[in-house]
Design a protein around this ligand. Sequence first.
Ligand code: KG4
Ligand code: ZN
Length: 335
Amino acid sequence: MKSDSNSLILAIDTSCDDTSAAVIRDGRSVLSSIVYGQGEIHSLYGGVVPEAASRRHTEMIWPTVKLALEQSNTEFSQLSAIAVCCGPGLIGCLIVGTSFAKAMAYASNLPLIGVNHLEGHICSVFLTHEPVFPHISLIVSGGHTSLYLARAMGAYEEIGRTRDDAAGEAYDKVAKMLGLDYPGGPLIDKLAKNGNPKAVNFPRALIKGTLDFSFSGLKTSVRNHLLLNSNISTEDICASFQAAVIDTIITKLLWAAEIHGINTLTISGGVAANEGLRQRLLSLKNMRILMPPKEHCTDNAAMIGLVGDYYFRQGAVSALTLNPKACLPLTANCG
Ligand code: KG4
Ligand code: ZN
């Protein structure tokens, strides 16, 4: 096994509706990062259809990996290891990526490294910033809204999580109510810029005494408001909904920072690409805010490559019997 300083990792993530592959040098330099999104398939249904997503992954996995290798001028023989996301995610989708990676690792006699998708998101910020520990990390995506106390690579304690919908899920469902395409987050973000955030005072679920989140009440409140007010502007609804999400997220992040006496905050996941949220975070005083660029917020394989490189150097290689898991806590690996 080559675990010298010149590592070259091929990374793959097929956890949801993006087929992604990347080539990462030395755990930092992104030589290529290809993300084939399936938005046009799922927008017909207003959300991800798991079976359709897995089928598309099977069609796109090889073209995506091939392009990642080509764009980085990498031959299989130059690779040090193959890192693959092994959960959490949609099981059919995960099976496509892990089966492909296992076959490639076996055929080319390369070490296989299973990587937790959530650890990928947390560490995505380190593709562009020097690693800083300890910090408070918020993953805010379509499937997750969780707060972690990150002490070191591989040492994360969950200190809060959503009790119902993830923030991105709320974005997508509100977008559907407004007749907007999937994924709704970027569209709401755009429309919110031209709306009045104070037009409707939507509830902020700040559940006292906990760092947990809840977004389902907000979603229902938007729905009820739309049923009773047919003439309100879409921009105002988007701006008011987004203001409620951002207020909630910022409040919890600041509580977490205060409780744990840590002023370095990182955010990751699709909703971390939100322009309104990014601006509010940057306006916070006395806080060190680290955010990945937008292309590293949404699902990508580069973040899997960074984490894969770390475990590769630790000698934490997975067996070729690696099995993906739909529910995979951050503290567990896939074996
Ligand atoms: O991290 P991600 O690509 O996939 C998951 O692991 O879930 O996140 C996708 C989610 C979707 O719900 C999408 O609507 C949301 O991130 N999203 C956004 C923005 N861009 C993507 N939400 C709000 N504002 C955005 N700019
Ligand atoms: Zn994700």
